[in-house]
Design a protein around this ligand. Structure first.
Ligand code: CTP
Length: 397
């Protein structure tokens, strides 16, 4: 479950910070990529060098990396890199700041930027842990969907005995794995997702393409993998990082995409065709660069295979989900495609809606199902749109 996952360990200033070395090792052993962010106080208990050596990555502590050269650490990038963020050990002070939304350290700013599931493993003396303030803060974090990894009972650094010892590293890893297992609602499902545009060659340096960024398809791949599906992503020419746990095949043209889809289709449970496949290709692409010798030029185009239509005509057990990007008569056009391509559902987005469609980070969709049911959603970030689409797919499955 943790193989290939990006784990961000956030270490705050508790005596239990020494255990963070073991936590890093446990996650590395499970195949995770680990990065560490620390507060200044944490560095009094364990050195960044220890944690960077074990995690095989630089450790983050300050906003400014080199003030003379103006080089800084990007908390937003780090927050978005993380698939999981674990604050361990979490002091009473840090927990209070997580609740209040303080951003006076790099660690806290990264927490505010993270979109991933967050775990907090408190470590403090028993009375600090039992205190109403701490307990209320932990309840607020729980309400905000942060998972609390309860401390253990035992001897504490103060010499007192009680609840407040940081959970053992194996227990922390187990809590994270249990969480992932619990959300693995698509475990055992194989999902094929196409994303991005296709490029149809005119000559060795030019192509016919479209404005698709691939962001919607990649967001779907990310969320499907987070839910435990085995995801085969077939991506057109886009410069996007492959979400962790996703198997990616790169293609350029519609023809290549068609071949790649056909090769994997038989073993697949769900196909989501989010790619903006070119409907036509140049009949005879030039072998050498075309020179601008005449004032006009004509390109003869021939039709590409409609991949989704082929899948609709050849499907056995597979669930088929299409996308429709329309500029007019949206619902009618989407319905036509749903029927003609024998789809189970089609995701409709209209270029008339601001913030929807190509190249943006947001999208506004409606999902039409073959039983004529239609659900419309608000404008959302593409990751949240992906969640809505996969919720519908889970119901259809
Ligand atoms: N699609 C496909 N193969 C193509 C063209 C489109 O598999 N050659 C898929 C897209 O990935 C999308 C759905 O079909 O999921 C709808 O694509 P769209 O281009 O909007 O519809 P078309 O059927 O091509 O109709 P038109 O271009 O006339 O709107």
């Amino acid at each position: 479950m943790l193989n290939g996952k990006n784990v961000l360990l956030a270490v705050t200033g508790s005596i239990a910070a020494y255990k963070s070395a073991l936590i890093v090792r446990e996650f590395i052993k499970k195949g995770a990529n680990v990065k560490v962010v620390m507060t200044n106080a944490a560095c009094d208990f364990i050195t960044p060098l220890t944690l960077s050596t074990l995690s095989k990555n630089p450790v983050f502590k300050d906003f400014v990396k080199d003030s003379e050269k103006g080089v800084w650490n990007n908390h937003v990038e780090l927050g978005l890199w993380a698939d999981l963020m674990i604050v361990a050990p979490a002091t009473a002070n840090s927990i209070a700041k997580l609740v209040s939304g303080h951003a006076d350290s790099f660690l806290l700013a990264t927490y505010l930027s993270a979109r991933c599931p967050v775990f907090v493993a408190p470590a403090m003396d028993l009375d600090m842990f039992k205190h109403e303030s701490t307990q209320e803060n932990l309840s607020i974090l729980t309400e905000r969907k942060v998972s609390i990894i309860q401390p253990e009972y035992g001897e504490l650094a103060s010499g007192l005995e009680g609840e407040g010892r940081l959970a053992e590293p194996e227990q922390i890893v187990k809590a994270v794995r249990d969480y992932l297992l619990n959300i693995a609602t698509l475990k055992d499902k194989r999902i094929l997702i196409t994303a991005g545009p296709t490029h149809e060659s005119i000559d060795p340096v030019r192509f016919i393409g479209n404005h698709s960024s691939g962001k919607m398809g990649f967001a779907l791949a990310k969320v499907a993998a987070e839910r435990g599906a085995s995801v085969q992503l077939i991506a057109g020419p886009v410069v996007l990082d492959t979400p962790s746990g996703v198997d990616r095949i790169n293609v350029t043209s519609a023809k290549e995409m068609f071949e790649a889809v056909k090769e994997t289709f038989a073993n697949i449970d769900v196909v989501i065709m989010a790619a903006a496949v070119a409907d036509y290709r140049v009949k005879s692409p030039a072998l050498e660069k075309i020179k601008k010798n005449s004032s006009e030029m004509e390109l003869l185009l021939e039709k590409n295979e409609d991949i989704l239509l082929y899948l609709g005509n050849n499907k056995k057990h597979q669930l088929l989900i299409g996308f429709a990007l329309e500029t007019e008569n949206e619902i009618k056009n989407a319905e036509k495609k749903l029927i003609s391509k024998k789809l189970d559902a089609i995701v409709l987005n209209s270029l008339k809606n601001k913030g929807a469609g190509f190249a943006t980070d947001t999208n506004q969709i409606s999902i039409l199902q073959k039983d004529n049911k239609m659900i419309s959603f608000e404008l959302k970030h593409k990751n949240d749109v992906a969640t809505d689409v996969l919720d519908v797919i889970e119901k259809l499955l």
